[in-house]
Design a protein around this ligand. Structure first.
Ligand SMILES: NC(=O)c1ccc[n+]([C@@H]2O[C@H](COP(=O)([O-])OP(=O)(O)OC[C@H]3O[C@@H](n4cnc5c(N)ncnc54)[C@H](O)[C@@H]3O)[C@@H](O)[C@H]2O)c1
Length: 366
């Protein structure tokens, strides 16, 4: 097995809870060469906890001999860090959202093709074993599809990471933070085509691009499998001070509807995420646990009926972990030419929909 030398950029929550321990556990596939983070507190904690070398800048890490880089830094830094890694000839795994605007993602696609390297995005649900089985078990077709609904209540990470070793340093240079904030403002305005209100800004960067992007990506995978083309956004709302986001998409010329709602419920230590796909005569439902809980199976059920007799079947394809499987997938794409599961092209489709929803909200069309 070819071992890849990999570095991690951004050693915060998701890197410490998932990527660093998972890369170390996959030691037959990866050799973790170091992490780059501007916080000395964070770097020292990661070195003490995991024995991984710390670098104070991404540039210092990129100067090491590497095959690949995993980017888990704040969202507005993704574009420039992906391009810098590709310019060095590295394969890139980048957390979601890859970028806010499909045109920035277009730049990454061009750079990827020029470099001839793999770029994979961290929308890991496509690696969830229950999601994969759902794609192979869809109890209907584009002709019988009626509705898709997505509902998420999310307290964020705190109830689900308290039992893990985790430290986030607050010793980052203020100028670096201000730079990232300014970059985010500029990128969002560019993506949305105008300067958004504070509410629209919070909803687009938070509920939509940080959270709902996972469900949009997962549903796009289902629509792809059914052969259903992109629909039309017919409703969009941002609420709860930007911590709630809703969207409605008309599919198949109005024959079917896709609704989605994501709501942060910060004071409730409980996470619920459900995708329901309803056909003329059957329903498929996926209920996901908090993503930070590894190896907890996603519940996949299919409901059908025979005359008056209704039947519910639960399918459980084991206890594989999406965050681990996506790293196996990245390795296979680089070393064995396996198809990339989450491409920048997928990310562009996801972001185009989220941008369209934000624009609709900003246009006051609800
Ligand atoms: N796939 C998922 O389910 C999932 C879950 C959580 C977060 N994420 C994504 O992962 C990324 C990180 O999120 P997080 O929750 O770990 O955030 P975080 O704030 O906990 O961590 C970000 C880290 O990046 C560091 N950083 C800041 N500026 C930097 C720079 N210029 N270069 C390198 N590092 C820098 C910070 O010091 C911090 O340690 C985000 O893009 C987020 O959307 C994905």
């Amino acid at each position: 097995m070819t071992k890849l030398r990999i570095g991690v950029v951004g050693a915060g929550t998701i890197a410490q809870v998932e990527h660093i321990p998972n890369l170390i556990a996959l030691h037959d596939l990866y050799d973790l060469a170091g992490v780059a983070d501007p916080s000395a507190i964070t770097r020292d904690f990661v070195t003490a906890t995991w024995g991984v070398r710390g670098f104070d800048t991404p540039e210092a890490l990129l100067a090491e001999p590497l095959d690949a880089i995993l980017i888990a830094s704040p969202d507005p830094l993704h574009r420039s860090q992906v391009l810098a890694a590709l310019a060095k000839g590295l394969h890139v795994f980048c957390e979601k959202p890859l970028c806010y605007s499909p045109s920035e993602i277009g730049e990454i696609i061009a750079a990827r093709d020029a470099a001839g390297r793999v770029v994979q995005v961290g929308t890991m649900k496509r690696f969830d074993p229950a999601y994969r089985l759902a794609l192979d078990s869809l109890p209907g077709t584009a002709q019988t599809l009626r509705m898709i609904s997505v509902e998420v209540n999310d307290p964020d990470a705190w109830p689900y990471v308290a039992h893990r070793p985790l430290k986030r340093g607050d010793d980052i240079d203020r100028a670096l933070v201000a730079q990232a904030v300014a970059a985010q403002r500029a990128q969002v305005s560019e993506a949305l085509g105008s300067v958004p209100s504070d509410l629209a800004y919070r909803g687009f960067t938070g509920a939509y691009s940080s959270s709902m992007v996972h469900d949009v990506n997962a549903v796009h995978g289902i629509l792809e499998r059914l052969g259903v083309p992109d629909g039309e956004v017919v409703g969009a709302t941002i609420f709860a001070d930007g911590e709630g986001g809703h969207g409605t998409v008309s599919l198949l010329g109005g024959k079917a509807l896709w609704t989605m709602t994501h709501l942060a419920v910060p004071g409730l230590a409980d996470y619920r995420e459900r995708i329901t796909v309803t056909f003329d005569d059957a329903v498929l439902e996926l209920v996901f646990p908090s993503p930070y809980l590894n190896h907890q199976p996603t519940r996949l059920t299919i409901r059908t009926s025979d005359g008056h007799t209704a039947r519910e079947t639960e399918l459980r394809p084991g206890y594989g972990e999406a965050f681990v499987e996506e790293l196996r997938g990245f390795h296979a794409a680089i070393t064995a030419g396996a198809p990339v599961v989450n491409t920048p092209e997928h990310a562009a489709r996801d972001m185009a929909l989220l941008v369209a929803m934000a624009r609709r909200f900003m246009a006051g069309k609800g």
